[in-house]
Design a protein around this ligand. Structure first.
Ligand code: ATP
Length: 250
């Protein structure tokens, strides 16, 4: 479904992604784990097309030069040249780090904004799915998003991304700043999104522990390159992964 080949991204002279290669088959849940600054968000931005928008804006205002090399294939076709909205229209949708909700809009309004490329029937049907997936949002539907807790905001952010009718959903650090019990509430939505909506999911996260149980396959990224990859079980069995990313789990 997605194949990233030898992706290289420079912010001015700073190498953020260094020949990163990644594959994700249709129906899989794939994890991308790495410390702060490993390059996870840059990867998510590059795949979703946001990086092109950022590069363009930087160029217009005479800011830093962002360069990107390598190939991004989505459903067998190169999409690296397409704008973010064109990729979103094809079902390649990013749920960005730090949620980026419209704080003064209500929960329902935020969700509906996500559906701006969808038909009315899709909006109605997906809204129903999102409110079943996160029943808490049903109670909060008229509340302004800015007043919600971090976990609730994350649920809105995922819901909003679902409203855009993804076929491949990119979740960038969905657990950032959330308490462990809330992390579980957020992650348990992932298998339902896959089984009930047929959506393929890539989750980038700093800590593997809360995410690894939900993935089929994962990549560990350091300094913009993959240092290790494998199935969930291979990573769980790997002593280096346990020491560095699972904090002595098991
Ligand atoms: P985090 O957990 O902090 O979000 P990350 O793994 O998502 O980390 P990126 O945000 O992709 O990492 O950053 C990769 C590298 O690129 C870092 O060294 C970061 O400082 C640098 N970087 C990111 N965005 C920019 C930018 N706009 N200009 C310059 N350098 C940047």
């Amino acid at each position: 479904m997605l194949e990233v080949r030898e992706l290289l991204v420079f912010y001015e002279n700073m190498l953020a992604l260094n020949n990163l290669t990644l594959r994700c088959a249709e129906g899989q849940v794939v994890g991308v784990f790495g410390a702060n600054s490993a390059g996870k968000s840059t990867l998510m931005y590059a795949v979703s097309g946001i990086l092109l928008d950022i590069a363009y804006k930087e160029k217009v205002r005479g800011g830093e030069r962002i360069t990107q090399f390598g190939e991004i294939l989505y459903e067998g076709e190169p999409v690296g040249h397409l704008k973010a909205f064109q990729r979103a229209r094809r079902g390649l949708v990013l749920c960005p780090e730090r949620r980026r909700l419209f704080p003064e809009c209500t929960v329902i309004e935020n969700l509906k904004i996500g559906g701006y490329l969808a038909t009315r029937a899709q909006v109605r049907e997906t809204l129903e799915f999102v409110l079943e997936l996160f029943p808490r949002l049903q109670e909060l539907r008229r509340r302004q998003a800015g007043f919600l807790s971090g976990g609730e905001q994350q649920m809105v952010a995922i819901g909003r991304a679902l409203m855009a009718q993804p076929r491949l959903l990119l979740l960038d650090e969905p657990l950032l700043g959330l308490a462990p019990s809330i992390q579980h509430d957020v992650m348990q939505a992932v298998p339902k999104i896959r089984s009930e909506r047929g959506v393929t999911v890539i989750v980038a996260e700093q800590y593997a522990r809360p995410v690894l149980p939900y993935v089929d396959y994962a990549y560990i990224v350091e300094n913009g390159s993959t240092v290790l990859e494998g199935t969930r079980q291979e990573l769980l069995d790997n002593p280096d992964v346990r020491a560095a990313y699972l904090g002595g789990m098991g």
